[in-house]
Design a protein around this ligand. Sequence first.
Ligand SMILES: [Zn+2]
Length: 272
Amino acid sequence: MTAWICRTCGVQQADTDQPPGQCPICDDERQYVGWGGQQWTTMTELGADRRVVVREEEPDLFGVGVEPAFAIGQRALLVRTGDGNVLWDCVSLLDDAARDRITELGGIDAICLSHPHFYGVNVEFADAFDARVFIPRADEQWVQRPSPRAELFDDDAEPVPGVTLARIGGHFDGAAVLHWPAGSGGRGALLTGDTITVVQDRAWVSFMWSYPNLIPLDEATVLEIARRAERFTFDRVYGGWWGRIVVADGAAPVLRSADRYVARLRGQRPTG
Ligand SMILES: [Zn+2]
């Protein structure tokens, strides 16, 4: 039996003899089936010409990515604390070098995921490091590879002491963020995947129901995302890709980005 990985979204399915007929994540209106039709791979195949890279983002925070990039090209983040480590989001490959490096860094106690597009091979990571996996109840239907390690939560969870996993919705009903108060020199960091996405002008963020198909969210949802993020104290926002970081002034860019978005939804146009 093989746990097949979708080549478009990078999410691993439950073990089957033959590849599944379709990928429910990509069949959803928020994603898309690859232009060449549904294609599958395996971790063994991916490991033949790709590797996992682990790079320090700041003290006690390490990016975990795949090179060359695969599927949607995200990088995960490993948060180290004195009370345990959290893997935030996931990628589609775990190789021996990454396993050794992550073990050196203290391993993984809990895996938390911003939303289903970043589920990757989370069960491989969970099994390798004997980690708990936190899944929002609102997104339970999107779990592709079930595991007895998965634990459902409603609105908030504390994967390790002092770190908060919060469902703030929007992109998916269960879309979540991770608040790491010790991040950014003790000023706090918010890890967002693309629940809140850091855009090319890194003084701003944005929010979408679908990123590849550019389907926006409604006003009430955007305001609710900003309201739920605002309860946290943070200085940096770490989006889901290398370099997508708001490097200062964390809450203010989220709030002004929500205000700008809502203004456009209301028909207010930029001047000039
Ligand atoms: Zn897919």
